[in-house]
Design a protein around this ligand. Structure first.
Ligand SMILES: C[S@@+](CC[C@H](N)C(=O)[O-])C[C@H]1O[C@@H](n2cnc3c(N)ncnc32)[C@H](O)[C@@H]1O
Length: 222
């Protein structure tokens, strides 16, 4: 694995405890106000009976989807997060890095695959997205929610590239932020084309107070 990609996993291992608290105590305002509901409502409109949550973290989304009768499998590279997900239930969870998914460690297919703010690297993500059709039934859907490129880009030029990480806005318990790979809107759309998925929806959920987009939510169909 490329060393920058390794830094991402290292950082999530290190910050698993604070992350679990941040999610479960609803410390992240944009999630509470906008993005949690946006991803749940979008997935539910498609009524998938099964879903694979890639980079599921501590498992909140799997637990939510399970309450709507969806059978969820969640995977994440970080054992402490998967341990928490298993303890709270709502699905079947396993410790897998995207590289293992790309190498075909899962041999079942799902009606939906979801990546909620979990696509942070370059090669790991490029390869993972190309593998998605193999994980979906015909007619199945990929749901990606990610930072909105226009809002997340800061002062840097609007072009793909690695950006340094930051835990600004998070509690002081967080440390060692990892770099993340910035993609323009065009690059996100191209990723779908490259993986032969048809982009069926492009949503830009807005912050209720500022009126600015909080995230980019893409839906693709096999
Ligand atoms: C911002 S968190 C989002 C977690 C969860 N999807 C949520 O909505 O709360 C990003 C997650 O992606 C996972 N992740 C990042 N790169 C990964 C990789 N290469 N393989 C597996 N998991 C990865 C991290 O471990 C972390 O749990």
């Amino acid at each position: 694995m490329h060393s920058t990609e390794q830094q991402i996993i290292h950082s999530w291992n290190k910050n698993a405890g604070p992350w679990i608290r941040a999610v479960q105590e609803e410390q992240i305002e944009s999630r509470k106000l906008v993005t949690n509901q946006a991803i749940i409502a979008t997935i539910l409109r498609y009524r998938p009976p099964t879903a694979l949550d890639l980079g599921c973290g501590e498992g909140w989304l799997a637990r939510q989807l399970a309450t709507h009768g969806i059978r969820v499998m969640g995977v994440d590279a970080v054992p402490a997060l998967i341990e928490n997900a298993n303890r709270l239930g709502g699905g079947e969870f396993a410790v897998y890095a995207y590289e293992q998914i790309v190498n075909g460690v899962l041999n079942n297919q799902f009606a939906a695959v979801v990546c909620n703010f979990s696509l942070l690297g370059k090669e790991s993500v490029d390869h993972l997205i190309r593998q998605i059709p193999a994980l979906l039934h015909d007619g199945g859907h990929l749901f990606i929610q990610t930072l909105h490129p226009l809002m997340a880009g800061g002062d840097a030029p609007y072009q793909d590239g690695w950006r340094s990480g930051s835990w600004a806005g998070f509690s002081a318990e967080f440390s060692d932020p990892a770099p993340w790979y910035f993609r323009t809107m065009g690059t996100w759309i191209k990723l779908f084309r490259d993986s032969k998925l048809t982009l069926t929806e492009l949503l830009e959920p807005l912050h209720p107070n500022t009126g600015k987009p909080v995230s980019l939510l893409l839906v693709g169909t096999k």
